[in-house]
Write a protein that binds this ligand. Structure first.
Ligand code: ZN
Length: 476
């Protein structure tokens, strides 16, 4: 079965699709550009959702739900917003067999409908802040799609908060960015850079956008989450004012932020290998599979009894499966569970029963360990913890080894063609230089990292002295 997965070095893009299709994570749907998320893939989404939702709630946020349809006139109220989103919107023109008086946009994001409601709910400073999050689907009409990374309909969470001051909104934007960073590194085991988007890459209608960016195994960048300070743009568009403590009427300050099913794409591209999915233990819905091995009925009875005992001894501590299906050979089972990314495999054969031990195989290193039965619970626990750390560190090393400081534009052009990677360089803040790089190399400014050296240097393109470094990369 495993040979059906294309090798990464042969065709990375095909490998990615094979991991998803063979691992039964998702499938193509009859509607072009839309995907079906299969139970194995959806279980990862649920896991991700549970962890993040808890982090949002622990920091004072609450969930709500707003309609899928947005009146066309709402979209036109914020000029940059409509310009940014209109080209990719799906529009409903008919309902109940009749042409609608006003077209309805399928939400590409919900700022407009939510701020139309905040106008009803916010009167005074006492009504602030509002810290609402929504788990929902959105639609953005995409011409070129790719499973999980870019699909016409996708699942996400979108937070929409309302505040009395710029400082409060800014604090919220940063708080969420930190939640995203922590979640990416501690749960997904994906190391991320944190920083600010350039003006041309920011969200349509925002003052500024912060983001987390990750490097995939093919050394391309993937934007993994964004947090926007929207200023008062949406409050002005929807006339949302509050009476402040000084008695003055003021416009409300806003933020919005989101991560999507794209994170599953990031998870796959960061950790998986030529045998299929590799999942960090904290994201695996099943952590351990026990595979009993026997050749005849006598052995079967012994091995199964031994395997049952082990299963019962650890089942309350880990999410564990005993794969006792008789219609499949052990080799087939190994491949199947590897493709699904189960972190630990435990093999038990007749000799193991005699020697009172098992063979433990971690999904990432595949290095066999022989474990005495008395020690098994501790070993599983410590192996899951060290695998979680190992995957994060491995990805961090890969990223750091492929991050380069450059100041020579010609050299940058040659090198990015040769091996992708992240390029840290000075940038003069002009749109012209940014556009030139994009046109000539397809690399974009992924972010202006918070972590700056403080050194001055010449803009890679025009030579103007600048005190700001940015990361250029080709991105998904
Ligand atoms: Zn320049």
């Amino acid at each position: 079965m495993a040979e059906r997965i294309t090798k990464r070095e042969d065709d990375y893009s095909r490998w990615y699709t094979d991991v998803i299709i063979q691992g039964k994570l998702a499938d193509y749907s009859p509607v072009k550009g839309c995907m079906v998320i299969r139970p194995t893939g959806y279980a990862i989404w649920e896991k991700l959702q549970n962890h993040l939702d808890q982090m949002f709630k622990d920091s004072g946020h609450v969930n709500a739900y707003f309609p899928l349809f947005i009146p066309e006139s709402f979209m036109h109220k914020e000029a940059e917003h409509v310009e940014g989103f209109s080209p990719e919107c799906a529009v409903v023109t008919h309902g109940g067999g009749e042409k609608l008086e006003e077209n309805l946009f399928i939400r590409p994001t919900s700022e407009t409908i939510i701020w139309s409601m905040y106008k009803k709910w916010i009167m005074s400073y006492r009504d602030l802040p509002i810290l609402i999050n929504q788990w929902a689907n959105v639609v953005r009409w995409e011409m070129r799609t790719r499973l999980f990374l870019r699909t016409t309909e996708f699942l996400w969470q979108e937070g929409h908060t309302a505040h009395a001051t710029y400082e409060d909104a800014e604090e919220e934007t940063n708080l969420i960015l930190e939640i995203y960073r922590k979640f990416a590194e501690e749960y997904l085991a994906i190391p991320v850079l944190v920083g600010k988007k350039s003006d041309s890459e920011k969200f349509a209608g925002a003052l500024h956008t912060y983001c987390i960016e990750a490097m995939m195994q093919d050394k391309k960048a993937l934007q993994a989450g964004t947090s926007h300070n929207l200023g008062q743009n949406f409050a002005r568009a929807f006339d949302v004012k509050f009476q402040d403590q000084d008695g003055q009427q003021k416009f409300v300050w806003a933020t919005s932020w989101g991560v999507s099913t794209r994170l599953i794409g990031a998870l796959i591209m960061t950790h998986s290998d030529d045998n299929g999915l590799v999942l960090p233990p904290r994201m695996a819905t099943k952590q351990v599979v026990i595979i009993p091995i026997w050749k005849n009925e006598d052995q079967k009875t012994q091995v199964m009894q031994f395997a049952d005992n082990i299963y019962n001894a650890v089942k309350d501590h880990f999410d564990i499966i005993l794969d006792d299906r008789e219609q499949y050979k052990p080799g087939y089972k190994y491949n199947e569970w590897e493709m699904q990314g189960i972190p630990i495999r435990i093999e038990i054969g007749p000799r193991d029963v005699q020697e009172n031990k098992v063979v433990l195989v971690p999904r990432d290193t595949k290095e066999k360990q022989f474990i005495g039965v008395d020690d098994i619970r501790n070993k599983i626990g410590s192996e899951l913890v060290s695998m979680q750390t190992r995957l994060l560190e491995r990805a961090r090393v890969m990223r750091d080894e492929n991050t380069f400081e450059v100041s020579d534009y010609q050299k940058f052009k040659e090198q990015i063609d040769e091996k992708h990677g992240f390029y840290r360089t000075h940038w003069c803040s002009s749109v012209e230089c940014e556009e030139k790089v994009k046109d000539e190399t397809k690399a974009t400014i992924r972010l202006i990292p918070f972590d700056q050296s403080g050194k001055k240097g010449p803009c890679m393109v025009c030579g103007t002295e600048s005190d700001q470094q940015v990361i250029f990369a080709r991105a998904y």
